[in-house]
Design a protein. Structure first.
Length: 260
């Protein structure tokens, strides 16, 4: 697996004034500001592929219908909802605990859960990925959908995932990446720099959020590097799965029995 070119990384990183400022309070305020339009923008800007990517991640967890899944950076709970539908079915979770540090995102998620009649099976907690408010070895699986790059220190978060997972528990992390194929990368960067920010600003009326996205993707760890970080955090059988021409990677791994 060859990482994206360094020039592409720097090109994307120059697209936003926020740069590397990932203080939790700043990121939380930004996501709170776009919470009401977040789902619409996700579906529109990804062409509906975000739904496909989440379904793939859930399949990779091999859930039994009785598992406790912790969805970190749960946002408006799209992943959590997908993981418990249909109820108590093989391939789905028995319960999902959603955790996020943006209160308005959680409020939107709570309303969606109540409307679906699933709020009892998906409790929500406000918390930081680097300090999860859960007991050691209390989860069968951990998921993160497009949130790990927003964490101030992903290494600390990975350690927390290992702490709360039972031995043999699985993790599935979806995250954007810069495609390696030159023509795909060029089209992707053009879309990120010119189309996505304009649509994002128009719909969300927030100037920073959709210029932050290209920079956060461009400055995040390359797939091989992030896979190595998972291994150093005590995970084994780490698989970086390339999706949609390398626009997204799904990282799947298992908590080693000797961790913690």
């Amino acid at each position: 697996m060859t990482p994206p070119a360094a020039g592409a990384r720097s090109e994307a990183a120059r697209a936003t004034p926020l740069g590397e400022d990932k203080r939790p309070e700043k990121i939380a305020r930004m996501f709170d500001a776009i919470a009401r339009r977040y789902d619409l923008l996700n579906h529109v800007l990804s062409g509906g592929l975000d739904l496909v990517w989440r379904r793939r991640a859930i399949r990779e967890l091999r859930l039994s219908g009785r598992d406790t899944v912790v969805d970190v950076c749960t946002g408006t709970c799209d992943f959590a909802l997908a993981a418990v539908r249909p109820p108590a079915a093989p391939g789905r979770a028995g319960r999902v605990i959603g955790i996020d540090f943006a209160p308005e995102m959680l409020r939107v998620g709570q309303a969606k859960l109540a409307h679906a009649g699933l709020d009892a099976r998906v409790p929500l907690l406000r918390g930081d990925a680097m300090r999860l408010p859960l007991a050691d070895r209390s989860a069968d699986a951990v998921t993160v959908a497009f949130g790990i790059r927003n964490v101030f220190d992903p290494t600390v978060a990975l350690g927390e995932f290992g702490r709360i997972l039972k031995p043999g528990g699985r993790v599935a992390i979806l995250e954007f990446a810069l495609p390696r194929t030159p023509i795909v990368r060029a089209a992707y960067l053009w879309y990120f720099r010119h189309v996505l920010p304009r649509i994002g600003r128009l719909v969300s009326r927030h100037a920073e959020a959709y210029t932050y996205l290209p920079a956060s993707v461009g400055s995040f760890h390359e797939p091989a590097t992030f896979a190595a970080m998972l291994e150093r955090a005590g995970f084994e059988h780490v698989r970086p799965i390339r999706l949609t021409f390398g626009v997204v990677y799904l990282y799947v791994a298992t908590r080693a029995a000797a961790t913690g």
